[in-house]
Design a protein around this ligand. Structure first.
Ligand code: MLT
Length: 240
């Protein structure tokens, strides 16, 4: 488990890398693909998003831009998963740029297999991993501008714990992997109170100040969707 893109090694890649941004980018991506979006294309730079999406037919695109938790001017939506309804996204490509989540995806884009995970699709991600059995796996939490986040770490722990149960990996096998053991412990402590944990998290506070409590409630749910976004080409994710 790596907590932020800044702490993710740049000199090597894992067989499979999972980007996590529970609040809210990867939750939004899962929801959009589940609601019928054709693909999700991620950008760290908002101007690049605008240039690339301009070349796409307007009826086939939707542009999501977020900075500091708020919608970027000139986009069709911010980063709320609740905006990804079938009538808004079905058949369209979601072009998205967010403060941290899209950067996390870009920093692992070179891995042979790249997935996006959140709490809402945790089980589906774990089932896919149990089938693929990658030899090396990174779970990269987006954090906030280079720092640790509770919500991404608890999701990494939820994935690791479920993978342990499904594949028989024990804590002994994880010896020396301090981040993963700590993430599992965080999950076991909070698994029945994930919404409460979101309320303690710094980005949870930020979103509550911006009146996004419905987003927190949605993002704190576990295993409600079976869609797994997988990278088809660098920066473009489709439904597995
Ligand atoms: C991010 O990428 O930092 C976010 O998903 C922030 C947000 O919109 O909540």
């Amino acid at each position: 488990v790596y907590h932020t893109p800044e702490l993710t090694p740049s000199d090597r890649v894992a067989d499979c890398a999972i980007a996590v941004d529970v609040l809210r980018a990867t939750t939004t991506m899962v929801t959009a693909l589940d609601a019928g979006a054709e693909a999700v294309q991620v950008f760290s730079d908002i101007e690049q998003l605008k240039q690339v999406s301009e070349q796409w037919p307007s009826e086939k695109r939707i542009r999501a831009g977020e900075r500091g938790g708020s919608m970027v001017d000139g986009c069709d939506m911010g980063n709320s998963p609740l905006d990804c309804t079938p009538d808004r996204v079905s058949g369209r490509r979601l072009f998205i740029s967010t403060t941290n989540g899209t950067r996390a995806l870009q920093c692992v884009a070179k891995a042979p297999s790249v997935l996006a995970a959140a709490l809402i699709n945790r089980r589906a991600v774990v089932e896919l991993l149990a089938r693929k059995r990658p030899e090396t796996l990174w779970i990269v939490g987006s954090g906030w501008e280079g720092s640790f986040s509770l919500e991404d770490t608890v999701c990494a722990g939820a994935i690791a714990h479920s993978l342990q149960e499904m594949t028989g990996i024990s804590l002994v096998d994880l010896a020396g992997n301090d981040e993963t053991i700590a993430a599992i412990a965080l999950y076991l402590q909070w698994q029945d109170r994930l919404l409460e944990l979101m309320h303690h998290a710094s980005h949870g506070h930020r979103l509550l100040r911006l009146n996004n409590s419905a987003d927190l409630e949605y993002c704190a749910q576990t295993d409600i969707l079976t869609t797994v976004p997988v990278q088809k080409e660098p920066g473009v994710l489709v439904k597995q």
